[in-house]
Design a protein around this ligand. Structure first.
Ligand SMILES: [Fe+2]
Length: 348
């Protein structure tokens, strides 16, 4: 109802005042703690609300921030669904009891077992929703592709003074190193990381996009990056980004051996989810064809569900590749050892 008095003052204020009590009385809500830092995700959430009428209240923080917050909130946490962007963080949250298992025939059918959390009979503790490969980029004029087509070669003396990366302790790198440890063992991994430190062109700093740009400007010659950062620049209309892309080559490492390291974004129902039914509904939505296509088109990630049509030109251009086949949880299990090695070899 719109009273004459309301009409007399600012209409917007009146609408807000009238709408608020109705919303709390009968609104269906989902409280989402998200570490996905991609603006394009807005459409993903809006589509869910449109389809279900469930309003999403979102808290944005990085993976570590979300875990800290969940722990401090304990049983009174309003969180229903947690979205994280790294397998090791998902594993950590699972082992710290921050998730609750979800049994869903749909999720089991659509998401491969190796991309799900532990299942003790009650369902999986988390679900991978998209994948991203950690690839090598190199300066095409100063580096030969053959010299960087394995992760091992990042530590080879032939690449001395050429390598740059973001911090070794960033989750994307910790997971890559945890994967290397699974394939090579702890001893060889320590030697490898020592070699990488010795090959650095500069101290680790910035994000993955900064490394790609540094390779293009020649500040360094070789870097590692998640594929979606690269794809984002490939699809960008900005001349600066095009110039960067023209200068760098990309290689999916270890195609002749264990395959390229692939990390995931994944989602879970929070341990104390007050809106559990909505949480399960949202998890299932993330595995739907439309949400999966969205991960590919919107943020340049690969779907986890088989048979989803790829219409993203950057992903198509990168082509098919062999990815590693380890269960993704092992990168979490190896993380403590990896961090100790990084401290020993001085990889900041
Ligand atoms: Fe990222």
């Amino acid at each position: 109802m719109f009273t004459p008095r309301c009409a007399a003052i600012a209409a917007l204020t009146c609408l807000t005042a009238l709408a608020a009590p109705l919303a709390t009385a009968q609104d269906k809500v989902l409280n989402l703690y998200s570490a996905r830092h991609y603006q394009t995700d807005e459409a993903l959430y809006a589509d869910f609300t449109k389809a279900t009428g469930i309003k999403i209240n979102r808290v944005d923080a990085d993976d570590a921030g979300i875990l800290t917050r969940l722990k401090s909130e304990g049983a009174s946490s309003p969180a229903d669904v947690i979205l994280l962007v790294d397998a090791a963080r998902l594993w950590r949250a699972e082992t710290e009891g921050l998730f609750q298992p979800v049994k869903s025939k749909l999720l089991e059918a659509r998401i491969p077992a190796g991309l799900r959390g532990a299942d003790t009979g009650q369902g999986s503790s988390w679900f991978g929703v998209s994948t991203r490969a950690r690839v090598v980029v190199y300066n095409k004029t100063s580096v030969k592709r053959d010299d960087v087509d394995t992760y091992e070669e990042l530590a080879d003396p032939k690449n001395k003074g050429k390598v740059c990366t973001r911090s070794g302790s960033h989750p994307y790198n910790l997971s890559l190193f945890g994967s290397v440890m699974e394939h090579l063992g702890p001893q060889a991994t320590e030697t490898w990381l020592q070699g990488m430190v010795g090959n650095m062109a500069r101290a680790p700093k910035g994000g993955d996009t900064d490394q790609i740009k540094a390779v293009a400007t020649g500040e360094c010659q070789i870097a590692v990056t998640n594929t979606y950062y690269l794809a984002r620049m490939m699809r960008s209309g900005k001349p600066d980004d095009q110039q960067v892309i023209d200068k760098v080559g990309v290689v999916f490492p270890n195609q002749q051996s264990w395959g390229t390291h692939v990390n995931i974004a994944g989602a879970a129902a929070a341990k104390f989810a007050p809106n559990r039914a909505a949480a399960v509904q949202f998890l299932e939505y993330l595995a739907s064809d439309s949400a999966q296509a969205y991960f590919a088109d919107g943020n340049n990630e690969w779907p986890v569900v088989k048979g989803v049509n790829l219409t993203n030109p950057a992903l198509t251009a990168m082509g098919a590749f062999k990815s590693e086949t380890i269960p993704i949880s092992v990168v979490g299990m190896n993380q403590g050892k990896v961090q100790q090695i990084l401290d020993r070899v001085g990889y900041k």
